[in-house]
Design a protein around this ligand. Sequence first.
Ligand code: ZN
Length: 471
Amino acid sequence: MRRPYRSFAFVLAVLGGGACCRAAELPQGVADTAAALRSGALAGTGAFDLVRSLSHEVGPRLAGSPGDKAAVAWGLAKLRELGFANVRADKVTVPHWERGAEVGEIVTPHPQPVVLAALGGSVGTPEGGITAEVVRFADLAALQAAPEGSLAGKIAFVDNRMQRAQDGSGYGRAVGARGAGPTEAARRGALAFLLRSVGTSNDRIAHTGATRYTEGVTRIPAAALSNPDADLLAARLAGGQPVRFHLELGSRYLPDAESANVIGEIVGRTNPEEIILLGCHLDSWDLGMGAADDGAGCAIVIEAARRIGALERRPRRTVRVVLFANEEFGLSGARAYAERYAADLPRHIVAAESDFGSGKVYRLSSRVAPEALPRVAALAGLLAPLGVTQGDNEAGGGADLIPMAPARVPVLSLDQDGSAYFDIHHTINDTPDKIDPKDLDQNVAVWAVTAYVAAEWPGDFGRAPEPPARR
Ligand SMILES: [Zn+2]
């Protein structure tokens, strides 16, 4: 029997939320179970073991690679082992790019090898590599301001340094040069493109990530220099003498390959057709072990859902875990999911993705119908003891949720502290030793409470307003 609503939960909700409005009243039974999930997860979870297992037993898993295949098998086996229902692999076609060998060196005036990494999707250099004079630009805008033809026979170098921030916003400001830089440089005649790593580490490691070429513009090889090597190159250029650089990239495209979205469910007690989607991405870049990006996210959502499945009484709605294929190099899995389940998207009550490493969650943002904000406030109240406050209602959610936005699937965003994330993100240092298991436990607590409340609480989040414009 359900006890009558109690004002305690209501007061808690008002204190914790408060950013928007009066919090909606939570049924006491829901609040009690949420509190039990919260304290249970804080006492210790299996999330770190999952990250370590994926990092060590599979490791790098770029779309189309043997690691990608192994990751799909890992996901299926883990979800089955942990008691999920309807475990399946939905086929996804993915591009297959391979890094190959990479060499960079300053040739003159003072020869010195540098550490660099090809940008994801870069073409390789011709046999023997490219040797040419380097021209530096402070940022993408400066490159775009250079006249047509001014880089003929040269290598363009964009030297913009990413700024550290709790919300990771420095990444968004710097990453534009990675996507558009090679095309902008090629339009001005450049033979190759160099970029200061879009990362905050001062270690001698380079940061990869996807670039994109524009149809009809020459595709030139593109690589990121480690921060210390970008410092070196900038200092040499500041010396006033011409600086010649040698670049060799063995990158190439192979035929498209097969991958899969791996899915498992905690089937709803009374409304199984209504979906609470918890996402992460199963692929990773090839340099590290994909521990923080996105082994952590997968571990968090799997463990949170498992804990909900282990409750004495499963929630009313289905909690569906989706380990998306190929987020990093074109959102193939996310697009395939939105297409395959298009008819079901109106019954996706809410979606959330964990894809920001392992830092603690500090804020609950949303993109829900405005009239559902009191429900978000109530949820924020339940998360307040975990250090979470309520953010705005303009969350984009994770990248894999983008293809669902036109169907106006409501989004909850459990924003993590990303202060240290870009020290390791997309680098060889993305290994599990960088993760604090206690931080993962806090994440699991937040996710378990959020997913449980969304799955059990009668009512919903309406339909989301139009998504915000994205860079
Ligand atoms: Zn990611």
